[in-house]
Design a protein around this ligand. Structure first.
Ligand code: MGP
Length: 268
């Protein structure tokens, strides 16, 4: 599919990619993040590149490493797909964990993806990651309904897949709410993300104040499964709430013909 481009080479860094060395170069609205640059990337000085937007959403390295470690102990899956690869914070940690035999990172902004490829190289893990330029929700639709339309290098066995999704949260306005309403998260709300990932095992990286009732509602009453919900903290303060959603039994819920694909996969 032309709109999902598997990258065999590094994308060039663009004018939007920066490695700020001096506070005076840093736009005012991201100075707070630049001051924390070594908590975000320990090896920042090795030439880490970020777009100005990426500073807001990138997962700090200790948090990303802890999530990678936690997911490694929770999952038996061997393929990890990062739906919102961003500048690479999470996918570098997943690759560094050496738990997964295949890692695919999807990102739709070319400048941000160029940063991710560059940063993965800085951390020495770029060869373990397949980078894809494009819309990850389109990828999920094709994976579920028409996998043969996917490039062979990103055609995966759904039974071996675990999904990681750290979506945009619609800016930092979530901080103004004591409880963040995940139905209004932009541009993808909780329901849309869940439907995109269902019925695969997936991990959602959400605002720390996300509404737990909405999260609990993800499970159908007949499901025996439980969700693990973890607050990831740095220096005593939560940075995000992460929800580990187990694989759904496709026989319980039948969406979009997907149960068919999983049954076929299981019987191979
Ligand atoms: P923050 O919202 O700037 O809160 O980012 P912080 O640093 O606790 O600031 P304070 O002023 O409230 O003390 C907290 C963490 O949330 C960041 O480190 C990112 O990992 C994550 N994060 C922030 N945003 C806006 C996004 C986002 O849009 N998407 C994703 N996936 N993560 C985000």
């Amino acid at each position: 599919m032309a709109s999902l481009q598997v990258l065999h080479e590094k994308l060039p860094l663009t004018d939007e990619c920066h490695h700020y060395e001096n506070v005076h170069e840093v736009p005012q609205h991201i100075r707070k993040y630049w001051q924390q640059r070594y908590s975000i990337f320990e090896y920042y000085d090795e030439g880490i590149q970020l777009t100005d937007d990426a500073w807001f959403g990138v997962t700090p390295e200790p948090v990303a490493n802890q999530i990678a470690q936690d997911l490694s102990t929770k999952t038996s899956k061997t393929t990890l797909i990062d739906l919102f690869g961003g500048a690479g914070g999470n996918v570098i940690a997943f690759a560094s964990s050496f738990h997964f035999t295949r890692i695919i990172a999807i990102e739709k902004d070319p400048s941000t993806l160029a940063c991710a490829q560059h940063n993965a190289q800085v951390y020495g893990v770029s060869e373990y990651i397949t980078f894809v330029l494009g819309d990850s929700l389109e990828y999920m639709t094709l994976l579920k309904t028409n996998p043969s339309a996917l490039h062979p290098s990103i055609r995966v066995d759904p039974n071996q897949v675990t999904i990681f999704a750290s979506p945009p949260w619609g800016g930092v306005a979530y901080r103004e709410h004591e409880v963040f309403d995940l139905s209004v998260m932009e541009p993808y709300n909780l329901e849309r993300l869940y439907k995109a990932c269902f019925p695969l095992e997936h991990t959602l990286f959400l605002p720390r104040s996300s509404d737990l009732n909405q999260v609990a509602d993800l499970l159908a009453p007949e499901d025996d499964a439980k969700l693990d919900v973890v607050q990831y903290c740095m220096e005593g303060a939560s940075k995000a709430m992460v929800v580990y959603v187990p694989e759904s039994n496709p026989l319980h819920r039948d969406d979009d013909g997907w149960s068919m694909a999983v049954e076929q996969g299981t019987s191979q």
